[in-house]
Design a protein around this ligand. Structure first.
Ligand code: HEM
Ligand SMILES: [Cu+2]
Length: 658
């Protein structure tokens, strides 16, 4: 009996690695500490009522952002472990198998569980405020999306202490990810973790498109929408076309592994190339899903801190929409070397190069917006200014990679690694950081400390170039990606050492950011204006943090930078008193426990399928069904905020007595 338990435990838990043992112990300690703190301060009820069951888009957004910062930490630790291993030739710090797991989890976590939730967090907190809405179109679905993301990410993350991590790369190509070559449970965790959170992302895409199309304040025509809202819209268009492909691809891979189907095997009539095409039909649009909102953020920040309207509004909108369409026609550039033939390669080389045109137009628009502007070098603006050269270089190396014959040389080398990190860090990560710094006061009602923020900015930026510039040369010298070590004779040692130093500079930059947040929470420089940057769009017209109902009175929009125009008009009219607003009762959605419970059940469905434990998966699936029925028969799901309560809240927020 004891033997059996021991045997099970050694298969169930990952054992034998001191790094992982340390992580297991610290996770256990952290969990006990959290439970203790919540119990000691009697916060369980508060947590449940205010957060876990909330359908308020602002709170959901904040939860997304907290998760993504934790995931940035995990993905960053993975990155630094790899950089340590690669710092010197013939290092024995990580075993090759462990290295495979780490680059796989790093890639998946950074893109799907760091960039995506940071993006969804900003979408949630800001977009409804920018269009003058009270919430998103489907608040319940929004909560469900978040919890599906959360439990999917959890399922993926537990694999490193339970069962073993996936190790077939971030896109899990078969045959490597098939049952024959990956018999463990790691690949199952990959499939179910991504599948569950992916459904949440698809729902968000639908939800936000409907919100933008149906919930704009009166007067806000499409061409008067703020640029960030446009970027949310284009990104969601890509989501609703791309994510179903991912869902189907992972489902087929699951059938191959679970039922021995032959979709992606060479025998039995399948073909692994099919998978590679499908996964990139999602994968390439995916990188545009995350970059477009960064473009939107930069557009807002450039206009605000140059004190000018964005240059070329229309061309910006068209550029964004063209990119969302083109992004679906470039996927083959990820495998020029895999035998599609010259004609096919030429087509995809040209479509890839074509994307540089609208992107270049946007860069000129930002530059012209800054031209002769009164630029203020705040932290959000610094990230924006640093992004431009970084993204331009990263984009140009992308054009080099798109030259199909040349790609036979660059393919799978460190040249590629440097390229995509340059656009993912210099574009996506810097963009979301800029957005986080910019909208932080709107979310929490106080500013982040600028001094520490500048330290973080310089560390990240210098660290970035020190880390990734040497990798272009390593790639040209023949160093391929996904190798866990290299021989002294290759002569790659010194450049790799430099690269590792750069990686750690970024790590220190991250520590500064955490310090900055902690410091700013402690010192709490309250922003009473609601508009600390002298902003241009509607989110700045209401107090920070925004009340539950966002706008006490729905605004009427006339201009592109409507709030800016309103401020100019008010200034011109002198200190004339604003007429007292007339409030009406506000219709709001009620909180619900179903999104949390249902997504938690999905976690068990996934966990059951990962281990082939039908006794767990099937009851959990039935539970999911019951949740759906329960929701269908919930009639009491809304309430009204009465006028006297609005009056009291507004008076308190604006610091006057009612
Ligand atoms: C913070 C600094 C970062 C460092 C030092 C870093 C470092 C690395 C390293 C060493 C690899 C493995 C290279 C190999 O052996 O093939 C890698 C792969 C990768 N990284 Fe990063 N990374 C960073 C940030 C990011 C970010 C922000 C993203 C995405 C938003 C990202 C996405 C990826 C992806 C997709 C892979 C490929 C994984 C695979 O081969 O399956 N990384 N990174
Ligand atoms: Cu691509």
């Amino acid at each position: 009996m004891l033997d059996k338990i021991q045997e099970f435990a050694s298969e169930f838990f990952v054992t034998g690695d001191p790094l992982i043992l340390g992580a297991q112990v610290s996770i256990a300690i952290a969990m006990v500490a959290i439970v203790f703190v919540l119990t000691y301060f009697r916060k369980w009820v508060w947590l449940w009522r205010e957060w876990l069951t909330t359908v308020d888009h602002k709170r959901i957004g904040i939860m997304y952002i907290i998760c993504s910062i934790l995931m940035l930490f995990r993905g960053g630790v993975d990155a630094l472990l790899m950089r340590l291993q690669l710092a010197v030739p013939n290092a024995e710090f990580l075993h090759p198998e462990h290295y495979n797991q780490i680059f796989t989890t790093h890639g998946v976590i950074m893109i799907l569980f760091m960039a995506m939730p940071l993006m969804f967090g900003l979408f949630n907190v800001i977009m409804p405020l920018q269009i003058g809405a009270r919430d998103v179109a489907y608040p319940f679905l929004n909560a469900l999306s978040f919890w599906l993301f959360f439990f999917g990410a959890m399922l993926f993350n537990v694999s490193f202490i339970i069962g073993g991590s996936p190790d077939a790369g971030w896109l899990a190509y078969p045959p490597l990810s098939g049952l024959e070559h990956s018999p463990g449970v790691g690949q199952n965790f990959y499939i179910w973790g991504i599948q569950i959170s992916g459904i949440g992302s698809l729902a968000t895409g639908i939800n936000f498109i409907v919100t933008i199309l149906k919930m704009r304040a009166p007067g806000m025509t499409l061409m008067k929408m703020p640029m960030f809202t446009w970027s949310v819209f284009s990104s969601c268009i890509i989501i609703i076309f791309a994510f179903p492909i991912l869902t189907v691809t992972l489902a087929l891979l699951f059938l191959d592994r679970f039922l021995g189907a032959h979709f992606f095997t060479l025998d039995g009539g399948g073909n692994p190339m099919m998978y590679i095409n499908l996964i990139w039909m999602w994968g390439h649009p995916e990188v545009y899903i995350v970059i477009l909102p960064a473009f939107g953020i930069f557009s807002e920040i450039v206009a605000t801190f140059s004190k000018k309207t964005l240059f070329g509004y229309k061309s910006m909108v068209f550029a964004m929409l063209i990119i969302s369409v083109l992004s679906f026609f470039t996927w083959v550039h990820h495998f020029f070397t895999m035998g599609s033939g010259a004609d096919v390669n030429v087509f995809f080389a040209i479509t890839t190069m074509a994307i540089a045109i609208p992107t270049g137009a946007k860069v000129f628009n930002w530059l012209f917006t800054m031209y002769r502007g009164r630029i203020k070098f705040t932290t959000p603006m610094l990230w924006t200014i640093a992004f431009i050269p970084c993204f331009v270089i990263g984009g140009m190396t992308g054009v080099l990679l798109s030259v199909a014959p040349a790609d036979f040389q660059f393919h799978n080398s460190y040249f590629l690694i440097a390229h995509f990190h340059q656009v993912l860090i210099g574009g996506v990560a810097f963009g979301y950081f800029a957005g986080l710094y910019y909208w932080w006061p709107k979310m929490f009602g106080f500013k982040l400390n600028e001094h520490l923020g500048k330290w973080a900015f310089w560390l990240w930026n210098i660290g970035f170039y020190v880390c990734f510039m040497p990798q272009y040369f390593l790639g040209l010298d023949g160093m391929t990606r996904r190798v866990s070590t290299y021989d002294f004779d290759m002569g790659w040692g010194s450049l790799n050492m430099v690269s590792t130093v750069g990686g750690f500079l970024m790590g220190i930059g991250f520590i500064f950011q955490v310090w900055q947040i902690a410091y700013s929470i402690k010192h709490h420089e309250k922003d009473v204006t609601g508009d600390p940057w002298d902003g241009r769009t509607l989110e700045w017209s209401i107090p920070s943090p925004a009340p539950v109902y966002n706008f006490a009175v729905t605004p009427h929009v006339e201009h592109v930078d409507d709030w800016w125009e309103t401020k100019q008009k008010r200034a011109a009219a002198g200190a004339a008193k604003e007429p007292r607003p007339v409030y009406e009762p506000i219709h709001m959605p009620k909180n619900s426990a179903i999104p949390f419970v249902k997504s938690a059940l999905w976690f068990f469905v996934g966990f059951g399928f990962v281990w082939d434990w039908m006794w767990m998966a099937i009851p959990a699936l039935i539970g999911v069904g019951i949740c759906m029925l329960a929701r269908s028969f919930t009639y009491d799901d809304d309430y009204y905020i009465q006028v006297d309560e609005i009056e009291r809240t507004e008076a308190a927020l604006r610091g006057v007595k009612a």
